[in-house]
Design a protein around this ligand. Structure first.
Ligand code: PGA
Length: 249
């Protein structure tokens, strides 16, 4: 059985008081067996979040990290820094990082190497833009992102990778891929993995869907056989909505 994962990406939201309040609210929610729940607060609140969730099954992730071990990279955070406060998972390659901070798949492949070198888990995000889909290049674009960002790693390293397919046109827009579109792409991603690494690797990698997942649409999306959970933006900022999504699996 593949892991089921619901991960909340808080992005640049919530000051310290709001972070504490949301974590307190999340802790009151009943967990769901076999669903791994993760949240990614802002970097500045990660240490506090780890402490607050010490006795909880909710795991804390970083939203990003730098590829270098340390050095003159003003404003950046390293894998070692994250590990030293108890953060062992990072999101990499979110479309906002790609769009606003010029992160390329080549640069992301370096970050992946660094994370794996520190035995960290990676939630690797990728997905096509609207014009790619309109010109029917979406499969090609997604395959290229996987090849350039991840296909240099060896088969064993996939134990540490969670994929998050997020069509850019569906992120924060209220627009969602239909459950059929999500399934079609997730099946393609799994086939692409199988072609390169073989079926056993493809079968064990969790592939999350992200892009305007809400309590009202989660159940149908999660009912698809190749959708193993979700990466949730806006709806992860509300404890009731987030846990309604957790329980929709
Ligand atoms: P959204 O964001 O749920 O607000 O569309 C998803 C994401 O960016 O991971």
């Amino acid at each position: 059985m593949r892991a089921k994962v619901v991960a909340g990406n808080w992005k640049m939201n919530n000051d310290q008081a709001a972070t504490v309040a949301l974590i307190d609210a999340l802790k009151t929610k009943p967990s769901k067996a076999e669903v791994s729940v993760k949240i990614a607060p802002a970097t500045v609140h990660l240490a506090q979040a780890v402490e607050a969730l010490r006795d909880s099954s909710i795991e804390v992730m970083a939203q990003n990290m730098h590829a270098a071990e340390n050095g003159a990279f003003t404003g950046e955070v390293s894998a070692q820094m994250l590990k030293s406060i108890g953060v062992t998972t990072t999101i990499l390659g979110h479309s906002e990082r790609r769009a606003y901070f010029n992160e390329t798949d080549a640069a992301l492949s370096q970050k992946v190497n660094t994370a794996l070198g520190h035995d960290m888990e990676v939630v690797f995000c990728f997905g096509e833009e609207l014009e790619d889909r309109q010109s029917e290049k979406h499969f090609e674009v997604v395959k290229q992102q996987l090849q350039d960002g991840l296909f240099h790693i060896d088969a064993a390293a996939w134990d540490k990778i969670i994929l998050a397919y997020e069509p850019v046109w569906a992120i924060g827009t209220g627009e969602t891929a239909s459950p059929a579109q999500a399934q079609e792409m997730h099946a393609f991603i799994r086939q692409t993995l199988s072609d390169h690494y073989g079926q056993p690797v493809a079968d064990k990698v969790a592939i999350l869907y992200g892009g305007s997942v809400k309590p009202s649409n989660a159940k149908e999306i999660f009912s698809k056989p190749d959708v193993d959970g979700g990466l949730i933006g806006g709806a992860s900022l509300d404890a009731d909505d987030f846990f309604a999504i957790v329980h929709a699996i």
